[in-house]
Design a protein around this ligand. Structure first.
Ligand SMILES: Cc1cc2nc3c(=O)[nH]c(=O)nc-3n(C[C@H](O)[C@H](O)[C@H](O)COP(=O)(O)OP(=O)(O)OC[C@H]3O[C@@H](n4cnc5c(N)ncnc54)[C@H](O)[C@@H]3O)c2cc1C
Length: 413
């Protein structure tokens, strides 16, 4: 292996920075490009902070189509649409529907499980090199529901059992013992004791970024507009500058398609928009993240206070924030916890999502020196380091006993 290879990474979210750190471990010279400073309000900043290695069942599931109409009609439900974006999204929806058969659901679940199972050890390899300073809590993650017969809970529990995911079903009393401040509206739940949560994803990201700089990494605050090639060597181009590398990694989250389209690869990446608000100084009310499954939202105790996170809104990258979705989060939080002070920090973020709910990781179809690492939808925070480790291994041409074919962009050709 030529350790002196120069690698350019576009995107300084958790995927880009994790790729950079694992490439540095192998001796590569790495430059990260981002149009914003690291820690700016991208998905890696505003997520719910769950490290959730159990979450192998994704939204492409057999029951989703029967549940969607009710979810869309419910004002407290988790789904929303920006009607002006629907025509643009129809091809994505068609592909998504084709991915909700039992076989496709299990294909996604197995291949998510393969990488989720390795996610925490990969994080620990990076955590070993920074001072975590209380930024990660090991108190598990709790899901609760208030409908005894909610059939989708059975599906989740059965699929996870089939994959060997450890889960602990909990009754009302056990939920109360874990989280005494929750109003007792719930019937039952499931607890993942080994899951973790971030007290401040931005601070963790910045600690990783400082480590990257300390190890000699370079950062260019530039919007990358295009990738061109001299023979096979990729050149990253901003409005005014250009930089040549031996290898390039595209890790722009939901914005990656702008560059993959330019490489003539039609990857059907779109976004599931999500929201958060904070209730300052209330984080003492919960010990750990609690997700109210029926309403598809959750609350995480963080340094900023309680972070209330949720909604899957289909509406593209350009539509403005929807005030009703913010209101919905606030009402849901009060339903769970009673009185809360006024909220702060209304945030809209973009989950990068492919219609089969598997990420794209691997070389570009048309250019062997360009690698992709995006599309981790609801799990990109959990999957940052393991994805970086996988891509760095591909670039170094290392052998692996993982089956990486399911993540290739070739599945869309
Ligand atoms: C509401 C919400 C809650 C979530 N909760 C969780 C959770 O609890 N656990 C979990 O595992 N995951 C969660 N996720 C998902 C997770 O946050 C994302 O999958 C992950 O952060 C994506 O990381 P990324 O690095 O791919 O993209 P981003 O974090 O979006 O970073 C992409 C970066 O690329 C830059 N960029 C884009 N285009 C260009 C360009 N052309 N030139 C230069 N720079 C560019 C952007 O500025 C940005 O900094 C959540 C997401 C949302 C929206």
């Amino acid at each position: 292996m030529d350790n002196k290879l120069k690698v350019g990474i576009v995107g300084a979210g958790i995927q880009g920075i994790s790729n950079a750190l694992f490439l540095q471990k192998k001796g590569y010279e790495v430059t990260i490009f981002d149009r914003d400073n690291p820690g700016s309000p991208a998905a890696s900043y505003g997520n719910a902070g769950h490290f959730s290695p159990y979450a192998s069942l994704s939204l492409n599931r057999t029951d989703v189509l029967t549940d969607v109409p009710a979810m869309l009609l419910s004002s407290t439900g988790p789904l929303a649409l920006k009607w002006n974006y629907i025509p643009k999204m129809i091809p994505w929806f068609v592909k998504f529907i084709l991915n909700t058969s039992k076989n496709k659901m299990m294909h996604t679940a197995k291949n998510m499980h393969q990488i989720l199972d390795l996610a925490l050890p990969a994080y620990d390899e990076l955590f070993d090199e920074i001072d975590l300073d209380g930024l990660v809590e090991n108190k598990g993650i709790l899901y609760i529901w208030n409908d005894k017969d909610l059939k989708s809970r059975e599906l989740e529990i059965n699929v996870r059992n089939e994959l060997g995911v450890h889960q602990q079903l909990v009754n009302k009393k056990e939920i109360h013992d874990l989280e005494p401040n929750l109003k007792p509206f719930y019937h039952a739940g499931v607890y993942y004791p080994y899951a973790r949560h971030a007290r401040n994803p931005k601070k963790i990201l910045l600690k990783f970024f400082e480590l990257f700089l300390k190890k000699g990494g370079k950062f260019e605050k530039l919007d990358i507009k295009n990738i061109e090639f001299k023979e096979q060597q990729p050149i990253l181009k901003s409005e005014r500058d250009q930089f040549m590398f031996d290898k390039v990694v595209i890790a722009c989250g939901a914005f990656s398609r702008k560059l993959t389209d330019k490489l003539n690869e039609k990857i059907p990446l779109d976004t599931e928009r999500g929201y958060h608000v904070h209730f300052k100084n209330c984080d003492h009310l919960l010990q750990r993240p609690v997700i109210f499954s029926n309403r598809g939202f959750g609350i995480t105790p963080m340094e900023q206070g309680l972070r209330v996170v949720g909604t899957v809104e289909f509406g593209g990258l350009k539509n403005p924030l929807s005030k009703p979705r913010i209101k919905n989060l606030i009402n849901n939080a009060r339903y769970m916890l009673g009185d809360l002070p006024d909220h702060e920090d209304e945030w809209l973020g973009f989950r990068p999502t492919l219609p089969d709910f598997l990420p794209v990781m691997g070389p570009s179809k048309n250019h062997k020196n360009v690698f992709y690492c995006f599309g981790h939808h609801h799990l990109g925070w959990t999957l940052g380091p393991i994805s970086g480790k996988i891509i760095s291994g591909m670039i170094a041409k290392e052998n692996t006993n993982l089956n990486l074919d399911p993540y290739s962009s070739l599945r869309f050709s």
